[in-house]
Design a protein around this ligand. Structure first.
Ligand code: SF4
Length: 482
């Protein structure tokens, strides 16, 4: 098989990274069954890798491969639904669902059938293989754990028990999609997805671009204008009622913070059943843990697990009587189930081992920090910390409580971090851009947390609320006291 290198790989087309080949398994809807877990564990064993990573698109990523995956391995993955049968469309099997759809106690619509219908359509339309492999569709069932704030190209948000609001990712890179003033019934959703995808394909054919960098949906919409794009979509929808896209301001207040809502034990919509949200530090999932969670899902659940866009795992459908036992088994796998653990809301991009733009080894530095904090602190509230190897912020575009940006003024100097603390004004943040060598990061952040614990107004005051009460001078004093 000829291998075309891409900057956004799929399982048939790995990309070259600093640490070897990088490839991704697109998991439609983030749903895996016990047999797929077994196949993934076997895949890891055959490649000699110790772990893979759940990505912030709820897909799976393998880094540091010595060579392309063998054809028989690819066939096995396709046979169990972990790769497209047609390599042309593997890269666009990128559908993100609310990870609790089907059992979320607040959900308006179970969106899994829509995801299956979309995947079925993709499977039979290889012409859509020309779309960017970053093209992504999200469907949010309107429940407690939403994905409307995730940066998808298209998101359908359930707003009633038979109605969706259409959102398009036409802002800047990393922005959440915005509503375009279109309400759809459930029956209208698939035709609309098809019409947008086919219109996007026409735009790609017009604008060109090579296999490595294809225009994104937002580029096509900018080329035609939202009204012009809307007209082309309408032509694709021949015979349907009329829709006109308008760029509306998103109601960001309603998006909320979803990153930790799924962690821990939660009651399902089905009486007597629970789901467990489990933390994977930096999304890392080892062979033992993959096999172990697959077995737990088969023995105590419905045989399925869910990947989340926050790089974690959910095991659903656990009967109340088995909860304690399942929690024990998960702990035995070395996994935690609380948002208050230092690993829970830690994010890091590929960093120096995987990315040519990185000034620092973000993954190793993040693990060092998590280990330091876990040994020294017992957090009673979640703390969101983000390591980025440069200012592109691939791992997390939304604001963290603490963000560390890799910084290397010239190649002779080793990389260090600029530290940014949420709660400060943009101006103050600029001024507070302290430079920390990686080895000082754990102590400096530990000092910040110590001060927060000692001086917050009450145990309910968040880190962000606390820091917004501090002056810049006070925060700098804390950092320089170490
Ligand atoms: S944030 Fe920068 S260093 Fe990190 S993966 Fe993205 S481009 Fe590379």
């Amino acid at each position: 098989m000829s291998v075309e290198r891409s900057i956004c790989p799929d399982i048939y087309h790995p990309a070259v990274a600093r640490d070897g080949l990088l490839t991704r398994l697109r998991i439609p809807g983030g749903v895996l069954n016990e047999f797929q877990c077994l196949a993934i564990a076997q895949l890891l064993e055959s490649t000699g890798l110790e772990y893979l990573q759940v990505t912030n698109r709820a897909n799976l990523q393998l880094r540091g491969l010595a060579q392309d995956l063998a054809p028989d391995l690819l066939t096995r993955l396709a046979d169990c639904g972990l790769a497209a049968i047609d390599p042309a469309v593997d890269g666009i099997r990128n559908m993100m669902l609310s990870p609790t759809t089907g059992f979320d106690a607040q959900e308006l619509i179970d969106v899994r059938p829509l995801a299956e219908a979309w995947y079925e359509y993709l499977t039979h339309h290889p012409e859509l293989g020309v779309l960017s492999t970053k093209f992504s569709v999200g469907v949010d069932g309107g429940g407690t754990v939403g994905i409307i704030d995730r940066p998808n190209d298209i998101t359908l948000l359930a707003v009633s028990d038979n109605g969706f609001s259409l959102h398009l990712g036409i802002g800047e890179r990393g922005d959440a999609p915005v509503p375009v003033g279109v309400r759809l019934t459930l029956a209208e959703c698939l035709p609309m997805l098809v019409a947008i995808a086919q219109s996007y394909r026409q735009g790609i054919e017009l604008l060109g671009g090579d296999a490595r960098r294809k225009p994104r949906l937002r580029d096509v919409v900018r080329h035609w204008g939202l009204t012009g794009f809307s007209e082309i979509v309408q032509r694709e929808l021949a015979g349907s009622r009329r829709f006109i896209f308008k760029n509306l301001a998103p109601d960001r207040e309603s998006y909320g913070e979803n990153g930790d809502r799924h962690l821990g034990v939660h009651q399902q919509s089905q009486t007597g059943f629970y789901y467990l949200g489990i933390v994977l530090p930096l999304g890392r999932w080892t062979i033992d843990q993959i096999e172990g969670l697959g077995k737990i899902a088969a023995r105590y659940g419905s045989g399925h697990i869910r990947l989340t866009p926050w790089q974690n795992i959910i095991v659903p459908d656990i009967n109340e009587r088995d909860l304690a036992r399942v929690q024990e088994l998960i702990t035995d796998l070395g996994l935690v189930q609380t948002a208050n653990h230092p690993s829970s809301l830690l994010r890091a991009c590929a960093g120096a081992t995987g990315c040519q733009f990185a000034a620092t080894d973000t993954q190793a530095d993040a693990i060092d920090l998590a280990n330091y904090l876990a040994a020294k602190f017992s957090l009673d509230r979640p703390l969101n910390i983000h390591f980025s190897g440069c200012d592109k912020s691939c791992a997390q575009h939304d604001r963290a409580d603490i963000t560390l940006w890799g910084h290397q003024p010239n190649p002779e100097q080793s990389g260090s971090y600029r530290l940014s603390i949420a709660g400060l004004t943009a101006e103050a943040e600029q001024e507070s851009s302290d430079i920390l060598p990686p080895e000082r990061v754990p102590i400096a952040i530990g000092q910040l947390i110590d001060t927060y614990h000692d001086h917050r107004l009450n145990p309910q005051e968040s880190f962000r609320a606390f820091t917004s009460r501090q002056s810049l001078a006070q925060l700098q004093q804390i950092l320089h006291a170490v």
